[in-house]
Design a protein around this ligand. Structure first.
Ligand code: PMP
Length: 426
């Protein structure tokens, strides 16, 4: 294990990070469970890529079956690709009726930027203050969460995410100010781009409707709204298939990724035909692996499993239990927990203290929970909140296991000391 960590660092270099103090080495997964090289079992309460569960047999079967027959690309016809496109767009408002396939969320966002540029002729982009939108140079320039040493583009403006009861009003005012700031620099706002769950900004799904004012501002200025559903989409929030639907507004462009292939790299951009007509007139698009028949077979199997196993319903029901469990924990540990929030199987538990101390508290907590056999992550500008985003088949028993372990960890003196110091500082 140490040997592998050394080989990994030597060969892959220093830009890759491990999640935990002691690197985790899972070798097998099934449903919401992972097993490490020593045979230890972990409850996965973090990963959304294995959306329908790790290594779902219907998904791996569909993959193997199509891989044995043929794999080509979008320069040839293939029915599965078209059928997958029809099934996927069928999950959207009828106005969002066309889809283009990519392999990663980054490629989907990058394509969305090209579309905005082609349709509006504008370059200005507005994102949230701790956004992450992908790996390309264009997207790194609009991903402030990559840190102080990652320069944002001169054509990029940031706004705080909506939070609190009247957060929507402030969000809209900030977008208006960002549009004006771009204009002062001689630029025009081409698009407002944000993760519809504001996950890297600390997970902000409430109140419903809070994004509508900001969307109206970008439209009034002649720009488009790109809803990044790469993390939040595909049934996770329980009440709707896509997180933006909770707010009662329809995007111009939606980008999708992570959960679509349950582990297989499938991503997409869904949009209106009038926008793609303009794009298609000006340029062409070929993504060697995006929209291949094996990916389409996998994507179709994932949609079948979500439907047949009622996973969106499960996200709503089990998610309600999860949130009530987290709220109980907040009530039982008022000295440690500042807030419990979320919708469906997407939740955050924010710690008290300065954001920096709360961030240290979360680092301690995620490592402690890992020692207790449960995998979790962090979110927020300082990593001040626990990010809970399990595969969709997470059960009420899994919630009970998670809440019991969190209850014990939150009582630990080591955590209270980390936070206590800062609580006095506040
Ligand atoms: N958008 C959001 C909101 C994301 O969370 C991510 C990945 N973390 C991306 C885009 C980029 O997706 P990918 O890593 O598949 O390129």
């Amino acid at each position: 294990m140490t040997d592998l960590a050394t080989r990994r660092a030597r060969t892959l270099g220093p830009a890759y990070r491990h999640f935990y103090d002691a690197p985790l080495y899972p070798v097998r997964g099934r449903g919401v469970e992972l097993w490490d090289a020593e045979g230890r079992r972990y409850l996965d309460a973090y990963n959304n890529v294995p959306s329908v569960g790790h290594c779902h047999p219907r998904v791996t079967e569909a993959l193997a079956r199509q891989a044995e027959i043929l794999n080509t690309h979008t320069r040839y016809m293939h029915e599965a690709v078209v059928t997958y496109g029809e099934r996927l767009t069928g999950l959207f408002d009828p106005a969002l009726s066309q889809v283009m396939f990519t392999c990663t969320g980054s490629e989907a966002n990058d394509l969305a930027l090209r579309l905005v540029r082609a349709v509006t002729g504008r370059s200005g982009i507005i994102v949230t203050s701790n956004a992450y939108h992908g790996v390309t140079l264009a997207l790194a320039e609009m991903s402030p969460s990559l840190g102080a040493h990652n320069p944002l583009g001169a054509h990029v403006r940031t706004v705080a995410p909506p939070s609190g009861a009247d957060g929507g009003t402030r969000f809209a005012a900030d977008v208006r100010a960002a549009i004006a700031s771009l204009e002062e620099a001689g630029l025009q706002a081409g698009a407002l781009l944000f993760d519809t769950a504001f996950a890297s900004d600390g997970l902000r799904l409430d109140p419903p409707g809070c994004i509508a004012g900001a969307v109206a501002e970008i439209r009034a200025a002649g720009g488009l709204w790109i809803a990044d559903e790469v993390q939040a989409g595909l049934g996770r929030i329980g009440s709707h298939m896509w997180a933006y639907e909770r707010h009662g507004v329809r995007p111009d462009i939606v980008t999708l990724g992570k959960p679509l292939g349950a582990g297989h790299p499938i991503a997409a951009m869904v949009t209106r035909p009038d926008l793609l007509a303009e794009f298609g007139k000006k340029t062409r698009y070929f993504n060697t692996f995006g929209g291949n028949p094996v990916s389409a077979a996998v994507g179709l199997a994932v949609l079948d499993v979500i439907e047949d196993e009622g996973l969106m319903q499960n996200a709503a029901e089990t998610g309600a239990r999860l949130l009530s469990g987290l709220r109980d924990l907040a009530a039982r540990h008022p000295e440690a927990v500042a807030d419990a929030r979320g919708t469906g199987l997407y939740a955050a538990l924010e710690l008290r203290g300065t954001p920096e101390a709360a961030g240290q508290g979360i680092t301690w907590l995620t490592n402690e929970m890992r020692r207790r056999g449960i995998l979790l992550g962090s979110c927020g500008a300082h990593g001040e909140a626990l990010k809970i985003r399990p595969p969709l088949p997470f059960s009420p028993q899994n919630v009970a296991e998670l809440v019991t372990a969190l209850d014990a960890a939150l009582s630990d003196d080591a955590l209270l000391q980390t936070l206590g110091k800062s609580a006095q500082d506040v």
